[in-house]
Design a protein around this ligand. Structure first.
Ligand code: SF4
Length: 212
């Protein structure tokens, strides 16, 4: 398993490769980010960004989603996978924002997780990116990269990945580390064809050594 020192070394390399890594979901405020992250489950950021400008024009507030017929929300997001469930979650989430949070997106991970359609990953992304709360959201890229580099064992659960990263990375670097690992996974250590032969982390990567 990669030590804390080696983990930070790996993250430094990712930082040099992707110094400007940041969230790629287009949004203008915490509410839009929350809806975009709900839509992005098992969908690409690119596909979400294609529909959100028109979506937020049509439904600019929690009230607009809460009052809209479910079918109308479904119709507006039908190009996104799992659109029926997501429409239900978005409407439910907006109703709860109005009833429990005065129409504002709550700022803590615990409160965010009370919203329909908002799991730990979504809550961490919104808390970290919209409010600067230290958080490491573990998505498919963060999980894959952590396992390939053996920052965690291959059988680790998503929660174990998050806990291991929180232990090995200083709190003030959690949010940036999350973005850098996503970029590293999305553009370099790809799921099907990781670029091992040109990878600056090959020297400490257990998985990479078995692939070349
Ligand atoms: S060596 Fe390959 S598997 Fe390891 S981090 Fe680099 S690209 Fe990913």
């Amino acid at each position: 398993m990669l030590s804390k020192k080696k983990t930070l070394e790996a993250i430094e390399v990712m930082a040099k490769m992707f110094p400007d890594a940041e969230g790629e979901l287009i949004h203008n405020n915490p509410f839009e980010l929350l809806i975009a992250v709900i839509l992005s489950a098992q969908a690409t950021d690119v596909s979400v960004n294609k529909i959100t400008p028109a979506l937020f024009k049509k439904f600019p507030t929690p009230e607009a989603f809460a009052e809209a017929p479910l079918e109308e929300i479904e119709e507006s997001i039908r190009t996104i996978g799992l659109f029926r469930n997501k429409a239900k979650h978005i409407k439910g989430c907006c109703i709860m924002l109005i009833e429990e949070y005065q129409g504002e997106v709550p700022q803590t991970i615990k409160e965010l997780m009370t919203l329909p359609g908002v799991g730990r990953k979504t809550a961490n992304v919104v808390a970290g990116d919209a409010f600067g709360v230290p958080a490491i959201a573990v998505d498919t890229h963060v999980e894959r990269v952590s396992k390939r580099l053996r920052i965690v064992k291959k059988s680790a659960t998503v929660l174990e990945v998050e806990e291991a990263l929180m232990k090995k990375v200083p709190k003030e670097r959690w949010v940036e580390t999350h973005h850098r690992m996503i970029f590293f996974g999305r553009y370099h250590c790809l799921a099907r064809n990781p670029k091992c032969s040109e990878c600056p982390l090959l020297y400490l990567c257990a998985e990479g050594k078995t692939r070349i």
